[in-house]
Design a protein around this ligand. Structure first.
Ligand code: UDX
Ligand code: ADP
Length: 480
């Protein structure tokens, strides 16, 4: 029986390994992590991450050919193939601070693999930020190998949260990069044969090591760039009276452009986009390509601009002050169908409003109060360290309350900010909400999910990203 071990039981490692176990009954899969609380949760009825369909997959395989354990060394020792899916935070100090990936966790995982291995192994890089990581790991393993042969592969993950199981069952492509030596090609074939259990052969692409890594950065940069492009257009639409949804539809029906990833929003979030682009920028700078670096930097700048534009719009329309006013925040996750808050635009928007002394009442169907309080007290880039997975008592931000119902959040509020596109927000009883709010009552829709006309009929003043402005908003221009 082939044995796979995955180091890192996070958003990538957990779902990916669960699907491999489901689709390959002849393979034994162990997912290991240093976080005791995470592993305990994976072994319980309440999994540590919310992902549609995941519970079902885990239930089918757990205890049969899928195991979650904190005994990292034992499972690495036994494995034929070791996936490494540990954190890759952005460096906050020293060389490349604010941009470059911090490979501390990767390096310690690689040294541990070298230490405990007594047989040849394929080591697969499956982190969210590949930055020549595979080559670095290869060097560590080769210099500490004690005669054991390691083959390094890069197998970037393209799944999106909220649709992870669907994406894993039916991927657009699986990408495997390896060394172009006979041993390297053999390792690529071995990993290919795992995916071939359910992925059609023509969708499994093979490349050299660095091409696979760079493809992942490029794919995320291209996707993020589309969102920044449509968000940049949304600002122009508001200034000139056009409707971004009509413009995006017209643009997206060009088959060369395509309709996906053209939804204007309060900004993109998630653990990958910003981090990957920052790394791309850093790699360009290190390779003497400042113009290329500057080009990609703009994608992040527009994203930051979009978030601060939103905050300015809220404050400006409420007579230039939200001091001591209750503002309801509907949605905190970085997108719907996930409880993940990493780099969510809600953090920046909430901090912006708190900076103007607002009182926030936050409701998200999947994010806990602890998580929200922790996110709002955390320094930029600190979210990607395993220490934050351990239970600690977060510093409470006094002007923030977290409630478990949209009606409670909006009661007596002056304004509502919709920051995540949860389906349940589309069917709220806005008449009831209006009656319980202060007047004038505002809705700032950062995801374009409400029927603005209907809300205006009820009496709300409505701001929708990239849509023609209400007379009220035109009279209260936001200065960027
Ligand atoms: C992304 C990539 O899609 C995935 O391939 C990669 O493996 C990891 O990074 P993820 O971060 O899970 O996945 O979510 P994604 O669906 O890409 O959304 C990212 C952000 O962009 C979210 O905040 C989302 O709300 C926002 N977004 C997306 C928009 O604002 N507009 C859109 O049209 C699409
Ligand atoms: P991703 O989104 O890439 O899956 P996560 O932060 O969700 O990232 O998961 C990474 C996991 O890796 C965390 O659960 C963390 O505890 C784990 N981890 C980090 N370093 C190590 C290590 N040396 N050994 C085992 N697990 C590790």
């Amino acid at each position: 029986m082939v044995k796979i071990c995955c180091i890192g039981a996070g958003y990538v490692g957990g779902p990916t390994m669960a699907v491999i176990a489901l689709k390959c009954p002849s393979i034994e899969v162990a997912v290991v992590d240093i976080s005791i609380s995470r592993i305990t949760a994976w072994n319980s009825d309440v999994l540590p991450i919310y992902e549609p369909g995941l519970d079902d997959v885990v239930k089918q395989c757990r205890g049969k050919n899928l195991f979650f354990s904190t005994d990292v060394e034992k499972h690495v020792f036994e494995a034929d193939i070791v996936f490494v899916s540990v954190n890759t935070p952005t460096k906050t100090q020293g060389l490349g601070a604010g941009k470059a990936a911090d490979l501390t966790y990767w390096e310690s995982a690689a040294r541990m693999i070298a230490d405990v291995s007594k047989s040849d192994k394929i080591v697969v890089e499956k982190s969210t930020v590949p930055v020549k990581t595979a080559e670095a790991i290869e060097k560590i393993l080769m210099h500490n190998s004690k005669g054991i042969k390691f083959q390094i592969l890069s197998n970037p993950e393209f799944l999106a949260e909220g649709t992870a199981i669907k994406d894993l069952f039916n991927p657009d492509r699986v990408l495997i990069g390896g060394r172009e030596t006979p041993e390297g090609l053999k390792a690529v074939q071995a990993l290919k044969s795992v995916y071939a259990h359910w992925v059609p052969e023509q969708r499994i692409l093979t490349t050299n090591l660095w091409s696979a890594e760079l493809s992942k950065l490029a794919a995320n940069a291209f996707l993020a760039q589309r969102i920044s492009s449509v968000n940049a257009m949304s600002a122009l639409c508001e200034a000139t009276g056009a409707n971004i949804q009509q413009v995006a539809y017209a643009v997206g029906t060009d088959s060369r452009i395509g309709p996906k990833f053209l939804n204007a929003s309060v900004g993109f979030g998630g653990s990958c986009f910003q981090k990957d682009i920052l790394n791309l920028v850093y790699i360009c700078e290190c390779n003497g390509l400042p113009e290329v670096a500057e080009y990609w930097k703009q994608v992040i700048k527009i994203n930051d601009y979009q978030k601060s534009r939103f905050v300015n719009r809220v404050v400006a329309s409420m007579f230039n002050t939200v001091s001591n006013k209750k503002i309801a925040i509907l949605g905190f996750a970085f997108k719907k169908d996930t409880g993940d808050t990493r780099e969510t635009p809600a953090i920046d928007v909430c901090q912006g409003l708190l900076g103007d002394k607002a009182n926030l009442s936050i409701y998200d169907p999947q994010v806990t109060e602890d998580q929200i309080q922790r996110d709002l007290s955390m320094n930029k880039f600190d979210w990607d360290h395993p220490i934050h997975l351990q239970p600690t008592s977060p510093t409470t931000v006094k002007k923030v309350s977290v409630v478990w119902d949209a009606y409670e959040a909006t009661k007596d509020a002056h304004g509502i900010c919709i920051l995540t596109e949860w389906d349940e927000f589309k069917t709220l009883d806005f008449q009831k909400i209006y009656e319980n709010m202060q007047k004038p009552a505002f809705v700032f829709d950062g995801r374009n999910i409400v029927d603005a006309e209907k809300l205006r009929e009820i009496g709300f003043i409505v701001y929708s990203i990239g849509k023609p402005l209400d007379a009220w908003l035109k009279d209260m221009p936001a200065v960027a």
